[in-house]
Design a binder for this molecule. Structure first.
Ligand code: T4K
Length: 375
């Protein structure tokens, strides 16, 4: 490919959304004046209310990150034994099970959504299974109906890792209402963030106190401790950033949708490149721009494309490679083998840059490079 120059500045897979600095400064002044920095301050309470309203859920608990939120979700539901989960995820999902002395049981994924394949869950259920932990990968919803039916049949809990799925809806139903608990990540790289942060959403009101205690040292009040909790609270500065994030959320989603459609249009006829279309009856949040690269049709394998793109200053990411089941700490588990679809997808997946401030001509240039780099 000739005459195509590298981008002047690096184009990363994502660029964090930055709220207006003047508004952040105002918030900081307010926090400073109050002298209240963490432990359920005014900003925290306001953010919790705003998130509950936005996600249209019954209960929300805020956290200092999504990983600790997920860890506490397992404790809140008293999970024991084995939990069926996906190998195609960020390490956090599986590590959380390990930190709770739970055994991850890996289930293969669907070819079209890269989410846990509900048709393969039942054969993995044993007398030790207590829960299913699916992930709405890249914000594409799992087959929540089928998963719920299995959970009901075998009396299992469901914790959704909805780290990527802020604002997604299925058939008009907001995604944080499925299963027993859902976890959202508010990390800086997410479509809605608090720099670091996260939330649990849940319908059962009885869980609220338990979750609040677990994230606050197990304290009931200043002298009574219910049990061994930890410290996973969200501070006031992070909460203030989250409140300001609502100002740009709809515009960010709109821009990402337009850029996603532009990617789809420009990548459409490239042999060996596969893009996930919008799913039926789903309101998407356009969190990521994953593509699959089929070496025999495209001419290069994913790793070669990934490296070549760097020469043009394009820093795509291999989310999720390798699979969690392939990490040395989990590779010896009996369920770590024969995950055929996941093993194929992890070799072919590449997430291209996607964020609201990415320009249309930048997307067009990225697509042009992907199309012509093999020549
Ligand atoms: N479950 C799932 C399914 C998840 O994907 C995650 C996290 C979790 C659970 C756990 O949630 P948290 O505990 O994180 O709330 C990033 C994020 O750190 C991580 O939150 C996210 N998933 C994962 C998919 O992506 P890394 O290790 O790839 O991040 P890093 O530092 O390489 O940054 C990614 C890109 O963003 C780079 O191109 C640089 C750019 N970047 C990053 C940061 C932090 C910036 O431009 N500015 C920044 O401030 O994990």
């Amino acid at each position: 490919m000739k005459n195509i120059k590298a981008f002047k500045n690096p184009i990363n897979v994502v660029k964090p959304i930055l709220p207006d600095l003047t508004l952040v400064t105002k918030k900081l002044e307010e926090i400073w004046a109050s002298g209240w920095l963490t432990n359920k301050g005014k900003q925290h309470e306001e953010l919790e209310k705003r998130v509950t309203e936005y996600l249209k859920v019954v209960n929300t608990s805020l956290f200092c990150n999504g990983t600790l939120a997920l860890q506490i979700a397992c404790q809140a539901l008293d999970l024991k034994g084995e939990v069926i989960t996906t190998p195609f995820t960020f390490p956090a999902t599986t590590h959380v099970l390990h930190w709770n002395n739970l055994t991850p049981v890996f289930c293969d994924i669907e070819e079209n959504t890269y989410n846990i394949d509900p048709n393969k869950i039942e054969t993995l259920i044993t007398s030790k299974t207590t829960a299913i932990m699916p992930v709405h990968v890249f914000g594409n919803p799992c087959d929540v109906e089928k998963i719920q039916k299995i959970a009901d049949k075998y009396n299992l809990k469901i914790i959704y890792d909805a780290a990527h799925a802020f604002g997604v809806e299925i058939n008009g139903k907001p995604i944080g209402n499925f299963g027993d608990i859902s976890m959202f990540s508010f990390h800086a790289t997410k479509i809605f963030h608090t720099i670091e942060g996260g939330a649990l959403t849940f319908g059962n009101n009885k869980l609220k106190n338990k979750i609040e205690q677990l994230k606050n040292f197990g304290l009931i009040d200043d002298v009574h401790v219910e049990g061994p909790g930890t410290n996973a609270k969200l501070n006031e500065v992070s909460a203030a950033v989250g409140i300001l994030m609502f100002d740009s959320l709809e515009e960010e989603k709109k821009r990402r949708k337009a850029l996603t459609n532009l990617y789809r249009k420009n990548l459409k006829n490239i042999p060996g490149i596969k893009v996930i279309p919008d799913l039926e009856k789903v309101k998407h949040n356009y969190y990521a721009m994953p593509i699959l690269i089929n070496k025999s049709k495209y001419g290069l394998n994913r790793n070669v494309l990934f490296e070549k793109l760097k020469k043009y200053n394009i820093f795509a990411r291999r989310y999720f490679y390798p699979l969690c089941s392939q990490y040395p700490c989990y590779a010896k588990l009996p369920s770590a083998k024969n995950l055929f679809i996941a093993e194929q997808i992890t070799e072919e997946i590449l997430c291209l840059p996607l964020y609201g401030s990415l320009k249309k001509d930048e997307v067009e240039k990225i697509c042009y490079i992907v199309k012509n780099i093999t020549k």
